[in-house]
Design a protein around this ligand. Structure first.
Ligand code: ADP
Length: 263
C-alpha cells in the first residue's frame, strides 16, 4: 500500500491559507495557516473546543470556511479559479479533490448489512469504479494489514468495537487516499480495546508512506507516530514542533498547562 510513488516526500500536500471558520457569532478558526508535507504525520492537540475537529471537517468538506482557502495536492478544495478569479467550487470539483482524503471517525459507521470484506470493497467499486476482483483482492490485503483476516466473512455486529474500528481504517485506506484523517478514533472504545487500534495505526504510520493528520488525546500514540505536533488553543496554533520538543520541553504556557492535564 502506498501513495503515488512518483510523489516525492517532503512536498506540501495539505495547506490552509488564512482559513477562518465561524459558527454564527463565534470564530472557531481565525485566519489559520498551516501545511502538512507529503508522507508526514501531524498530530493536532489542545483543549476541547480549540478547533481541531473543525479542521478535519473542513478537509472533508463537511464544513466550508467563511474565508481563506484549503489546498490539497495542489488543488483548491472549496474554491476554483475561473478567469483568473477565485470562486466557490462546484460540487463536482470538490468531490474530485475530496477523493484524495480519507477519514476515520470516532464512530465507525460501517454498513451493518454488509460483511467485513464488502464494507471495505464497497466504495472502491461504486465510487472509484474499481474492478470487483481487484477491489476484493485489495480488501483482503487491507483486512490482513489491520489483523482481521479471520473475520472477513463476519458482519460488523459480530465484531468488537475495536475490530469494527480496524475495519473502518481498512475501508478508509481502500480508497487510496493521499492523506488519512483520524478524528479521536479510540474515544468511543472500551479502554481494553484502545491499544489494538492504536497498534494497527502505528504499524500503518511506520510501514507506509501515507500522510496523516490526527486528532487524539492519546499522547503516547501522538509521540510515537508524529513527525510534528501542533498545539491549538482557541482556534490558533500556539506552538508546534517535534513530539520530543512539545512533550518534553514545551515553551508555551498553554501547552504546559494542557499537557499537565493529559499526561
Ligand atoms: P475540538 O475538536 O478542538 O474539541 P471543535 O473543532 O470540535 O473543537 O470545536 C471548536 C468550537 O466550535 C467549539 O466551541 C464548538 O462548540 C464549536 N462548534 C463546532 N461545531 C459546531 C457547529 N456545527 N455549530 C456550532 N458550533 C460548533
Amino acid at each position: 500500500m502506498s501513495n503515488d510513488p512518483s510523489r516525492a516526500n517532503g512536498t506540501e500536500l495539505v495547506r490552509f491559507d488564512k482559513v477562518t471558520k465561524r459558527f454564527g457569532e463565534v470564530t472557531v478558526l481565525d485566519e489559520l495557516d498551516f501545511s502538512v508535507a507529503t508522507g508526514k504525520h501531524v498530530t493536532l492537540i489542545g483543549p476541547s473546543g480549540s478547533g481541531k475537529t473543525t479542521i478535519l471537517r473542513l478537509l472533508m468538506t463537511l464544513l466550508r470556511p467563511e474565508e481563506g482557502t484549503i489546498t490539497v495536492d495542489g488543488d483548491l478544495l472549496t474554491h476554483e479559479e475561473k478567469n483568473g478569479k477565485l470562486v466557490r467550487a462546484g460540487e463536482r470539483h470538490t468531490r474530485e479533490v475530496r477523493k484524495k482524503i480519507g477519514m476515520v471517525f470516532q464512530q465507525f459507521n460501517l454498513f451493518p448489512n454488509m460483511k467485513v470484506q464488502r464494507n471495505v470493497m464497497e466504495a472502491p467499486v461504486h465510487v472509484l469504479g474499481m474492478d470487483k476482483d481487484e477491489a476484493a483482492q485489495r480488501a483482503r490485503e487491507l483486512i490482513e494489514l489491520v489483523g482481521l483476516t479471520e473475520h472477513l466473512d463476519k458482519y460488523p455486529s459480530q465484531l468488537s468495537g475495536g475490530q469494527q474500528q480496524r475495519v473502518a481504517i481498512a475501508r478508509a485506506l481502500a480508497m487510496r487516499p493521499q492523506v488519512l484523517l483520524l478524528d479521536e478514533v479510540t474515544s468511543a472504545l472500551d479502554p481494553e480495546l484502545v491499544a489494538g487500534v492504536l497498534d494497527v495505526l502505528s504499524d500503518i504510520a511506520h510501514s507506509t508512506d501515507i500522510t496523516m493528520i490526527c486528532v487524539t488525546h492519546e499522547m503516547s500514540f501522538a509521540r510515537d507516530i508524529s513527525d510534528r505536533v501542533l498545539m491549538f488553543d482557541k482556534g490558533k496554533i500556539v506552538e508546534s514542533g517535534s513530539p520530543e520538543k512539545i512533550f518534553s520541553d514545551p515553551e508555551n504556557d498553554r501547552t504546559r498547562e494542557f499537557l499537565s492535564t493529559v499526561l
